[in-house]
Design a protein around this ligand. Structure first.
Ligand code: GLY
Length: 525
């Protein structure tokens, strides 16, 4: 079991609840303020007053970081400001399940009156201070795996909720007040039920496609039935060819016809196409209603459901219209892979290889070591791979939500891959297959341009081939598809931002002239 961190403002009950949670889980309990007092022989209030906030936070980080890195599972109550230290916050979110305990400023002020040692609340007006600090820390406290409003609950009730959250396997996507958890399960429709319950929707708009509904409707029905909510179901034609404004319109029409209000939630139940369309529809309906992504393909689980890219295709090219719109929750259930056609499963692996190539050498090694089990669809191995890919993507999105820098790395293979897909009318290749070809061609081109080490494309191609993915296409097809590169949204006037592999598991984005890229992709023309 992972450690549990209780975060949140002072006087939200972190220590009292922490002890109860530790007893329930059979883990040791530790309060970081108490640990610092033990280490220094001085109270936190004294240290805060003597050395000022910046030095105190540094001291706090030096106490907390080893506790998150030593591999011992424990329940840790953080100080109220510990999560304001980015390196502590990121380490906690990766190493532990972080639960934020929240309370209204009035509750905090009333509780804190009786508490002597509160360096940050001051004596003059605890209510004003609580309001100010809560507003300042809203984004920081939003970064967690789950949060619990404590005002009306007993410590025992709060502890029971923390224990339930701690028993889940989730990756937190930390984006301030737009943060959310990606929950992993296997044959657990109840996870979607609970995720939706927590959002307290007024009604649901479920977006799915004909293939998904044939294979997975019983899972979806099992998840939604206990909610007893009005549900409008939109079943789209499947495939990239239907990733169009017409499909978005169908969602808009159905939702507005049903008279949804702004408390409605859109549930995207399908692969990447359904997720992108439903997310975009949610971002625009009534100027934005919440969206829960429940991906059913491997590609959607490891890539498209996480990170908030939504949109649809245009005749001029793929994904040319859309918006960044983060979901409120992502619920991944590995059981969907059982009924996923093997070709779709293999295509999903292309995005895993992609992120491993540019960001995660250990994941690349895992893929190489377990290629046969992964290709066969071994769910235990796939679960680890899916989790690792989501964590790798989280690290990129956390750093660059709107693709102003490092996120462009995730477009490896997409400049050429999208052009091939668009040119082929989305009929010849699945998205992941086109990405596998595009990745190999782009890395080979980068090698010719002196931007990637020799042999990088061969290594990528070898892994794709073990997964049964295509890695090449004839030069005439590339030449025919090239006009779509010219219209790709990632180009500047005459150049593209090309992700290049620089070492095992590492990438960099380079500006490459389109003419030079074409010559390097198609050296024989
Ligand atoms: N699929 C690439 C990204 O989310 O940035």
């Amino acid at each position: 079991m992972r450690s549990v961190v209780l975060s949140g403002f002072m006087a939200t009950g972190k220590s009292t609840v922490g002890r109860l949670v530790a007893d329930a889980l059979g883990l040791p309990f530790l309060d970081t303020d108490a640990r610092i007092a033990e280490e220094t022989g001085r109270t936190v209030g004294e240290l805060f007053a003597a050395e000022g906030e910046a030095r105190f936070r540094d001291r706090e980080a030096r106490t907390i970081l080893p506790l998150l890195a030593d591999g011992v599972a424990r329940v840790i109550a953080f100080g109220g400001g510990s999560m304001t230290i980015p390196r502590v916050r990121h380490a906690a979110l990766e190493a532990a399940t972080v639960i934020t305990l929240t309370a209204a400023p009035e509750t905090i002020a009333a509780r804190a009156v009786s508490i002597a040692e509160r360096p940050n609340l001051g004596a003059a007006s605890p209510l004003e201070r609580a309001r100010d600090l809560l507003a300042l820390r809203r984004e920081v406290y939003g970064e967690c795996h789950g949060s619990i409003a404590t005002d009306a609950l007993s410590p025992e009730e709060i502890a029971a909720r923390v224990v339930a959250l701690a028993e889940r396997d989730a990756v937190a996507i930390p984006l301030g007040s737009r943060s959310y958890a990606v929950e992993l399960g296997d044959a657990r429709p109840g996870h979607l039920t609970a995720a939706l319950e927590a959002l307290a929707p007024s009604s649901l708009v479920t977006v799915t496609d004909e293939n998904v509904v044939t294979m997975r409707a019983s899972w979806l029905d099992a998840a939604l039935a206990p909610l007893d909510l009005r549900e409008t179901r939109v079943v789209l034609r499947p495939g990239e060819a239907f990733k169009s404004i017409a499909s978005v319109s169908r969602v808009w029409d159905a939702a507005l016809e049903a008279g949804i209000d702004r408390q409605a939630v859109v549930v995207a139940f399908g692969g990447g196409v359904v997720g992108d369309l439903a997310g975009f529809a949610a971002s625009t309906l009534l100027r934005g209603v919440r969206c829960v992504q429940a991906p059913t393909t491997l590609l959607a689980m490891v890539d498209s459901s996480v990170g908030g890219k939504t949109g649809f295709d245009h005749a001029a090219g793929k994904n040319l219209l859309g918006a960044f719109f983060q979901p409120s929750r992502v619920v991944v259930d590995l059981e969907h892979l059982k009924t996923l056609p093997p070709r779709e499963r293999r295509a999903g692996l292309a995005e895993v290889v992609k992120i491993a190539l540019v960001r995660d050498a250990p994941l690349f090694a895992t893929l190489e070591q377990n290629a046969e089990a992964i290709a066969k669809g071994d769910r235990a191995v796939l679960r680890d791979v899916v989790r690792a890919a989501i964590v790798a993507k989280m690290r990129v999105v956390r750093e660059d939500e709107h693709e102003e820098g490092v996120r462009a790395l995730l477009n490896l293979g997409h400049t050429v891959g999208h052009a091939l897909e668009s040119h082929g009318g989305y009929a010849r290749w699945l998205h992941g297959e086109a990405i596998a070809i595009g990745t190999v061609l782009e890395i080979a081109a980068a090698e010719r341009l002196g931007l990637s080490p020799a042999g990088a494309s061969r290594q990528a191609a070898a892994l794709f081939e073990r997964f049964g993915l295509p890695t090449s296409v004839d030069a005439a097809a590339i030449e025919a598809a090239w006009p779509y590169v010219m219209s790709d949204k990632k180009r500047t006037r005459t150049a593209v931002k090309l992700p290049v592999v620089t070492a095992r598991g590492e990438g960099r984005v380079e500006r490459v002239e389109l003419d030079a890229l074409f010559a390097a992709v198609c050296p024989e023309r």
